[in-house]
Design a protein around this ligand. Structure first.
Ligand SMILES: [Fe+2]
Length: 386
């Protein structure tokens, strides 16, 4: 290599170094511009200060390599064109999709909740229906004991009330079986065995015909028989009497139950009509009789005032259906003539005046409200001197 050639190489090398120095200076100038731009962006409230790092390089797009940047998708350009702090079209689209997904998810949750509530109500309703059906067909026997000085030998009375055409088995075979098994000395019926809007009373007459085969039956009308007999002029009285029961209409009979004389009277009037049909005269005559006095009267309300001047050994009533719905610790909910939370609606108690009153909850019902916690009731009263 000649000296001249070597000098040209050195000159070329210096030229390259100069070019590199110039490029470094250009880069430093660009960095200074970047720093200035960043400082300016930081001064803008609410703007993203990190974004410019990439965007500051955008001017290099004018350089030869920029052709590669031109091939990038359109979206970044749109993003770059969107106002700073505002969502891009792509972001808005994504947000709309997210909102739709959230709405669909919420809708599914609400629908699932409604279905769960509906299913629960159906289960509870069906369970309640089964409970009511089972309860109204399950007989309950209630035993009471009454001590009386007017009794020489013990006797047992079985009471049926407020059947309202209900049947326990074919022709009330189950009910008859219970009564027969209880071996009563007398059977008493305290009214409302029919429904006054139904002329077909074969359920009542079939029952009475079987009961009289067990022992003597003493029957006093309730308001339903009374309406048919007095107001609708049906032949219910003749049909019931034809079964062989002792129908008591403001009248009494003196009988002997297991060796003890018992006067069994039947007061038929509704409380509001007590002054009619010689009821007061009947009561005076009845109370004048010697021996144990058993009064059959459909309406327990008589012992909330009207008959509290009489001391009856035992009065047996019905009419209240046990208050229809028996609420624990509160008692019966409703009875026709006593309203909400009736006072005399079930059980045996001594009322003012000294009478002992038994109120049957009855065997059926004519109310649209189902009996709840209130099984059909057969009442048994054992009376003795001890
Ligand atoms: Fe009644």
């Amino acid at each position: 290599m000649s000296e001249q050639q070597t000098n040209r190489d050195y000159a070329s090398l210096h030229s390259v170094k100069a070019t590199l120095a110039e490029a470094r200076a250009t880069e430093e100038a660009a960095q200074a511009a970047i720093d200035a731009a960043r400082a300016a962006l930081q001064g803008q409230k609410g703007r993203n200060t990190k974004a410019p790092r990439r965007r500051v390089k955008a001017p290099k797009a004018a350089e030869p390599e920029a052709s590669e940047l031109d091939l990038e998708p359109q979206a970044p350009e749109q993003e770059a064109q969107a106002p700073k702090g505002e969502p891009t079209a792509e972001q808005r689209k994504a947000q709309r999709k997210a909102k739709k997904r959230a709405a669909r998810k919420k809708g599914r949750r609400v629908l699932a909740g409604l279905l769960a509530v509906l299913l629960t109500l159906c289960v509870l309703g069906f369970g309640g229906y089964l409970y009511v059906q089972r309860e109204k067909n399950t007989l309950e026997v209630t035993f009471y004991h009454l001590q009386s000085d007017h009794v020489s030998a013990p006797f047992r009375i079985v009471q049926l009330s407020d059947l309202h055409l209900k049947e326990f088995g074919e022709k009330n075979a189950e009910l008859i079986g219970y009564v027969r098994a209880l071996q009563p000395d007398a059977i008493v019926i305290t009214g409302d065995m029919n429904n006054h809007y139904n002329d077909d009373v074969h359920v009542v007459t079939d029952l009475c015909s079987q009961l009289v085969e067990i022992v003597d039956v003493y029957y006093v009308f309730g308001n339903h028989e009374w309406v048919d007999h007095i107001h609708r002029h049906t032949d219910i009285k003749a049909k019931i009497e034809a079964t062989g029961v002792h129908l008591l209409e403001n009248s009494f009979e003196t009988v002997t139950l297991n060796g003890t004389p018992v006067v069994i009277g039947g007061l038929v009037n509704e409380v509001g009509n007590y002054e009619t049909y010689d009821a007061p005269a009947f009561m005076e005559d009845f109370m004048a009789q010697a021996g144990f006095k058993l009064l059959l009267v459909h309406y327990p309300e008589y012992f909330l005032g009207k008959l509290n001047g009489y001391e009856v050994d035992l009065a047996m009533c019905g009419h209240t259906h046990g208050g229809i719905v028996r609420i624990p610790k509160l008692g019966g909910l409703y009875s026709t003539d006593q309203g909400l939370f009736p006072e005399l609606y079930e059980g045996m108690q001594t009322v003012p005046g000294g009478s002992t009153v038994v109120v049957s909850r009855g065997l059926g019902g004519d109310s649209k409200i189902p009996r709840i916690n209130n099984n059909p009731e057969l009442v048994v009263v054992d009376v003795s001197w001890y």
